[in-house]
Design a binder for this molecule. Structure first.
Ligand SMILES: O=C(O)C1=C[C@@H](OP(=O)(O)O)[C@@H](O)[C@H](O)C1
Ligand SMILES: C=C(OP(=O)(O)O)C(=O)O
Length: 441
């Protein structure tokens, strides 16, 4: 067995959750820091960059396009910006690994470049739909071809011949699509406006502002004028609420626990998981609110108790989209029934997160009924057993957390992808009191 096979299998035995921990930097913001730092004029300094495989794929892509980036060293990057027109043609296809954010945002940026490029990724990413970005970018004049059926990657992006601004109504609430169109809009003639059907994470808008790019926000619509410039900026990236969510749930479902998570991003367009857990009765206190690089940050203190099942309000779905695997674990440990609807997007993430979570919860003895656009979970005693994360980082970490409420150890297979978003997960989990190890058998 190779060492990566070993990491692919985890055994979690629960434990007493408590203490004070910090999670790694926010993944969404880390991607954008590299992108905007690369396109800026001058040298940007970044602290708290997440050195997970997804963000490293973005970093490697910009290096392959001629951008000098020092680090990451202890989360620090020094990005020598090349300006809006300074990227160079990459010599080989850009490999985005497992990262949907990298592929969709880069599609928007590459659509506007005077050179051809190809974007590819791993088996999971190559199964995800890219028509959602190719279509609006096409109407701006971009020439993007998806090489596989159903708008699936690899994507071939031909040199641009001048893009024009559009007004685009997002058909799905997606920050990746919004960001791809805005990135292309930086280079387009005239104004580009994107209207969202429901709020989605606004890190692109906040970071453009931090790099000095003017934006106009009117209700659900954000607009920018093409042809501007970005000024280098120094940024500190907040801790990732999506990573913190595993420990929020671990502590919230264990009576008597007391855990503080320091320096976590609580951007209102991202904090749906907090609001869902609070509605389930979790004892979470938001303390020491402050701002890092235009992003709100706080320390979160969680004291465990009993959780109640709820009907999750649909407007919270896009605001908690990546946290549902672990929220399903909270639902399994809660008293009563939890119902989620309006979350069909979960079926086209790194795995089909509705089906994969339902299968895993059932293997642990929980009644979980998948719906086309959601799930119904009846809380009850969680048993031990083996569950398959299907190579999905968030599913793997969610089932490790389930062990806190389980009557016997939980073995998680297909867990190596944890490196994509949370390479220090095992270390942080242990310091929060979780007994977890990579299986050596
Ligand atoms: O813009 C981003 O950084 C992200 C947006 C979300 O995807 P969608 O825009 O597809 O919902 C989220 O699931 C992903 O992890 C990160
Ligand atoms: C969906 C996710 O990421 P991405 O779309 O960037 O692969 C995630 O991190 O849960």
């Amino acid at each position: 067995m190779t060492s990566s096979d070993q990491e692919d299998r985890l055994v979690a035995r629960g434990g007493r959750i408590g203490g004070t921990v910090a999670v790694a930097g926010d993944k969404s913001i880390s991607h954008r820091a590299v992108m905007f730092g690369a396109l800026a004029e001058g040298v940007s300094h970044v602290e708290g960059f997440l050195a997970g495989e997804d963000c490293l794929a973005t970093l490697a892509a910009f290096r392959a396009m001629g951008v000098r980036i020092e680090g990451p060293e202890d989360g620090r990057l020094v990005i020598h910006g090349v300006g809006m027109d300074g990227l160079r043609a990459p010599e080989a296809p850009l490999d985005m690994g497992n990262s949907g954010t990298s592929m969709r945002l880069l599609a928007g940026l590459l659509a506007a470049q005077p050179f051809a490029a190809e974007l590819t990724g791993d088996a999971s990413l190559c199964n995800r739909p890219m028509g959602r970005v190719a279509e609006p970018l096409g109407s701006m004049g971009a020439r993007i071809t998806a090489l596989e059926e159903g708008g699936r990657p690899p994507l071939r992006v031909a040199p641009a011949e001048g893009l024009r601004g559009i007004r685009y109504d997002l058909p799905v609430a997606s920050a990746q699509v919004k960001s791809a169109v805005l990135l292309a809009g930086l280079y387009a003639e005239g104004e580009t406006c994107v209207t969202e059907p429901a709020p989605t994470r606004d890190h692109t808008e906040r970071m453009l502002a931090a790099f000095g790019y003017p934006l106009r926000q009117e209700g659900a619509t954000v607009c920018l004028e093409g042809g501007g410039r970005l000024r280098a900026a120094d940024l500190t990236i907040p801790g990732d609420l999506s990573s913190a969510a595993f420990f929020l749930v671990a502590a919230a479902l264990q009576p008597g626990s007391d855990l503080t998570l320091e320096g976590v991003g609580i951007n209102p367009t991202r904090r749906g998981a907090l609001d869902i857990l609070l509605a389930m009765g979790a004892g979470i206190e938001v303390r020491n609110e402050r701002t890092y690089g235009g992003e709100p940050v706080a320390d979160l203190r969680v004291r465990g108790g009993e959780l109640e099942g709820i009907e999750i309000p649909e407007h919270l779905v896009p605001l908690a989209i990546d946290e549902f695997p672990v929220l399903f674990v909270a639902a399994a440990a809660a008293r009563g029934r939890t119902v989620l609807r309006g979350a069909a997007e979960l079926r086209i993430k790194e795995s089909d997160r509705i089906q994969v979570m339902a299968d895993g919860l059932r293997a642990l003895g929980i009644a979980a009924e998948p719906l086309e656009d959601g799930i119904v979970i009846d809380g009850g005693p969680i048993g031990g057993g083996t569950v398959d994360a299907h190579g999905d980082h968030r599913v793997a970490m969610a089932f490790a957390v389930a062990s806190v409420a389980a009557s016997a150890p939980i073995t998680v297979t297909g867990a190596a992808a944890i490196r994509t978003s949370f390479p220090d997960f095992l270390a942080v989990a242990r310091s929060a009191g979780l007994e977890i190890e990579a299986d050596k058998d």
